[in-house]
Write a protein that binds this ligand. Structure first.
Ligand code: 5GP
Ligand code: MG
Length: 180
């Protein structure tokens, strides 16, 4: 099926599960090379990254820990500034090699925030592994070590990514068909 509808929007097939699988395999092989002799902690950012993480981590061959965190955003009562809280982190990160596993980096604000939080926890090193990157949207100076695919500035769904809660279960990635 080339076209799907989720709620009020139509989406068209953009990246097939076969292409996804190839890109994930490449990423895993790079990470396996770089992490040889280390025992990294993979920090999976929920919810979107759960599908990618399941695929990636089954291809990781080095000894590793895996944990899941969520960034909860809420607006402070005193200001309109967005405050993000890191939920679910129980591991001691001090002196660890941490690989952050993310589904997509758009403006980079979420990841930048995460990196600052991790540096405060005195990690030995942080690497970023994102399945998708929108280079034209990136506003932060981030060193992104592992990227599955670079994509244009379109809104996409599937492979863990949702539109208003729907579409995370789709094995392929679709992009929104803009309103005319
Ligand atoms: P950033 O902070 O880099 O701008 O945004 C990162 C977050 O925005 C991602 O983790 C994801 O939740 C959401 N996001 C960015 N682009 C897309 C997209 O094309 N589709 C979906 N479903 N979510 C996106
Ligand atoms: Mg995400």
């Amino acid at each position: 099926m080339n076209k799907i509808r989720l709620k009020d929007r139509e989406f068209i097939l953009f990246i097939t599960s076969d292409e996804i699988e190839k890109a994930v395999t490449k990423m895993a092989s790079k990470i396996n090379n770089d992490m040889a002799g280390k025992t990294p902690l993979f920090l999976v950012i929920l919810s979107g990254a759960f599908v990618f993480a399941a695929d990636l981590l089954r291809k990781i061959k080095v000894d590793c820990d895996i944990t899941f965190v969520r960034l909860a955003s809420y607006s402070g009562t005193q200001s309109t500034e967005k405050i993000r809280e890191l939920l679910g982190l129980n591991e001691v990160l001090k002196d660890r090699t941490v690989v952050v596993v993310e589904d997509i980096i758009d403006t980079g604000h979420t990841m930048d925030d995460m990196i600052h939080k991790l540096k405060n926890l005195e990690v030995a090193e942080v690497k970023i592994a994102t399945f998708l990157l929108k280079p034209a949207a990136l506003r932060k100076d981030l060193k992104i070590h592992y990227v599955g695919m670079e994509i244009p500035n379109d809104f996409i769904v599937g492979y863990g990514l949702d539109y208003d809660g729907f579409g995370r279960n789709l094995p392929d990635i679709y992009k929104v068909i803009p309103d005319l």
